[in-house]
Design a protein around this ligand. Structure first.
Ligand SMILES: *[C@@H]1O[C@H](CO)[C@@H](O)[C@H](O)[C@H]1NC(C)=O
Ligand SMILES: *[C@@H]1O[C@H](CO)[C@@H](O)[C@H](O)[C@H]1NC(C)=O
Ligand SMILES: *[C@@H]1O[C@H](CO)[C@@H](O)[C@H](O)[C@H]1NC(C)=O
Length: 324
């Protein structure tokens, strides 16, 4: 009986869909939104498929010069604590099923291009007391500096020592979609620059039980946010700092303090935004007529706002049928 059960797996490995040693379900998907421009974001598509079963495997594969689809199999324990694995250009890093990722460490993308981070769980550098404010050790889940064409999709990011996503220093053509961003202080920051360059799409994410930066964007050229769900946010929701321009469409804010805030030089236009038990500042329109139109750049589909509280939690985060 055993041999019969193994047979389909052997056939699959020999099928034309497998490259290198293995196949990988849903691993050739390309980015939408701003990451689809500037030549597109394909990650390791067309390269070998490899599997990282340890943190040192991941460090080695992520540093390779060649394009690679890197399957992360299991929760890989970061060594040393908090280490952010440097990722080189033309990589797809994808979790195998719903329960793979990095424990007590993260990823670092500096001066690279064309990288996809999908279907990973990244959590655990928050020590439960000292590093909530992010001052004691910069332990991000995903830090991106001076890089282009980055797609961060379908990850579960939670309980880290600094930011869950820090997009810094003119990183451009970025899409952040379907992530579950949870139980954290400073969730998602964009900026650390005086230049107004970054173009970023943020859609179908679930921000849950976080404090501030959901996201906070400083000097974003074009920030397009749609189909996002925010629940139990204690600090603030979307924040247009510096010269940022935010187009905020179909979003659902539930139990959020200061859901939409613009600084003195920020601009905001909203469209189909729903608030339930929210308090504090809600800047629906700040020089809205001067905000960019996303349809000049790409096509996209807005959800019905009433579906968001059900659909976004269900569809966000890692999935059992991806990367296997
Ligand atoms: C930014 O990245 C480019 C490569 O894309 C590199 O040539 C440049 O030196 C980097 N700048 C900084 C300040 O790191
Ligand atoms: C809301 O989020 C905070 C963390 O920011 C957490 O301590 C609290 O338990 C959450 N409340 C609910 C009802 O989930
Ligand atoms: C959006 O789709 C329409 C219809 O297919 C097409 O004409 C248009 O060029 C598309 N817009 C962009 C920015 O790709």
């Amino acid at each position: 009986m055993r041999a019969l059960i193994l047979l389909p797996a052997l056939l699959l490995a020999a099928s034309p869909f497998a490259r290198g040693e293995q196949s990988c379900v849903d691993c050739d998907v390309e980015a939408h939104g701003f990451a689809s421009l500037n030549g597109g974001t394909t990650g390791g598509k067309g390269g070998r498929i490899v599997t990282a079963k340890s943190h040192s495997d991941l460090i080695q594969y992520a540093a390779a010069a060649e394009p690679l689809i890197i399957r992360v199999d299991g929760m890989l324990k970061a060594k040393p604590f908090g280490f952010e694995v440097p990722v080189k250009s033309h990589k797809t890093i994808i979790g195998v099923g719903a329960n793979s990722g990095i424990e007590k460490g993260g990823l670092n993308i500096n001066s690279q291009t064309n990288i996809i981070i999908r279907n990973l769980n990244i959590h655990g550098t928050y020590d439960g007391k000292n590093n909530w404010a992010g001052k004691e050790g910069d332990y991000d889940a995903i830090q991106v500096d001076n890089s282009t064409n980055i797609w961060i999709d379908g990850n579960h990011l939670a309980e880290m020592g600094d930011g869950l996503i820090d997009l810094r220093r003119d990183s451009d053509y970025v899409t952040v979609s379907k992530n579950r961003i949870e139980k954290h202080n400073k969730a998602f920051g964009i900026g650390w620059t005086t230049n107004v360059i970054s173009k970023i799409t943020i859609n179908d994410n679930f921000f849950h039980s976080t404090n501030v930066r959901n996201p906070s964007g400083d000097n974003i050229k074009y920030g397009h946010l749609y189909n996002n769900y925010y629940r139990n946010i204690t600090g603030y929701g979307n924040y247009a700092r510096g010269q940022s321009q935010l187009l905020i469409e179909t979003s659902y804010f539930e139990d959020v303090f200061d859901p939409i805030v613009a600084g003195p030089n920020g601009r905001v236009k909203t469209n189909w935004v729903k608030f339930k038990r929210c308090d504090g500042q809600i800047h629906l329109d700040v020089l809205g007529d001067t905000v960019f139109r996303a349809t000049d750049f790409y096509n996209y589909t807005l959800a019905d706002p009433y579906d968001i509280p059900i659909d976004v939690p269900y569809n966000s985060g890692p999935k059992a049928d991806i990367g296997v």
